[in-house]
Design a protein around this ligand. Structure first.
Ligand code: MF3
Ligand code: CO
Ligand code: CO
Length: 275
């Protein structure tokens, strides 16, 4: 059974009780601003993602931009995480930790940012191509973005989360890619990670029914090889078990009367490479 709760104007909406929050205009306004900041940050990173830059240098830019805009990186101090974003290179699936390691020609890189602004969370990630990237890797990145957008086409009232998942899975598997099951999208708003859990592989007509006012992320991770992941000794970095390349894109959305509003669309049109 799914419990939906209408969020009243002025409600702090910070309780985590397994209910699914249905937000009103106040929530949409807050998410629009947080999502816009998140997208602006990724847009600003574009010229910096080049061979030789360290992922720590990119993290410093994310921190600076977030704070200058009056926000706070939600990842800072989150369950012991100490960086302002996640940067996942090549076979890293997600939650790569920024470090002094420089990017190199041919890398494919996911940068995932989650600024909070007035308490609302804008959670988004994109892939970046570093220098000359082989066709096979570029194709994985392209199809992963298509997966995200095909999933979002299904994000509308009356549909279920299984419809979103199925659209993603069938497109990925048509290309013989593996859809990661170990990590999911999530409800968000005043909370970073809230109900429902948003799967990226599933059966049509199953799962939670979508209703206007729901806020959640869709963030498929697609592997060139098998779906299986493992976590490195640092406790965060998730990698593909078969060391195949992995790609991911993420948007934060709100369900509207007739579809969804994407809060984290790039104002510069840099939603997917080439930028
Ligand atoms: N931004 C990630 C997501 O999409 C979560 C990162 S949590 C961290 O949900 F602690 F690893 F940063
Ligand atoms: Co997310
Ligand atoms: Co994210």
């Amino acid at each position: 059974m799914t419990n939906y709760v209408q969020v009243a104007p002025g409600d702090r909406a910070e309780y985590r009780d397994g209910t699914i929050k249905l937000h009103g205009p106040e929530g949409f306004e807050g998410m629009r601003k947080a999502g816009r900041l998140a997208a602006d940050i990724l847009d600003a990173l574009v010229p910096h993602v080049v061979p030789g830059v360290t992922t720590q240098e990119l993290d410093d830019i994310v921190y600076r931009m977030t704070v200058d805009a009056g926000g706070v990186p939600a990842t800072l101090g989150y369950r012991g995480y100490t960086k302002s974003c996640c940067i996942s290179i090549n076979h890293v699936v997600c939650h790569g930790i920024p470090s002094e390691k420089p990017l190199k020609d041919g890398d494919i890189v996911n940068i995932d940012v989650t600024p909070t602004l007035d308490g609302w969370h804008g959670d988004t990630s994109r892939m970046f191509l570093v220098g000359d990237v082989p066709l096979k890797a570029r194709r994985l990145v392209e199809v992963t973005y298509e997966c995200l957008m095909l999933g979002l086409e299904q994000a509308k009232p009356g549909n279920r989360l299984g419809d979103v998942a199925h659209a993603i899975q069938s497109h990925a598997e048509k290309h013989r890619y593996g859809v990661v099951r170990d990590f999911c999208g999530h409800g968000l708003g005043k909370l970073f990670h809230d109900s429902p859990e948003v799967i990226h592989a599933g059966r049509p007509g199953t799962g939670v029914e979508l209703k206007p006012g729901m806020f959640f992320t869709v963030e498929p991770m697609i592997n060139l090889g098998k779906p299986d992941c493992k976590i490195l000794e640092d406790g965060w970095t998730a990698v593909t078990r078969d060391r195949s390349l992995s790609a991911q894109f993420e948007h934060s959305i709100g369900i509207t009367e007739d579809g969804c509003e994407i809060f984290t669309k790039s104002p510069k049109g840099f939603d997917a490479p080439p930028y």
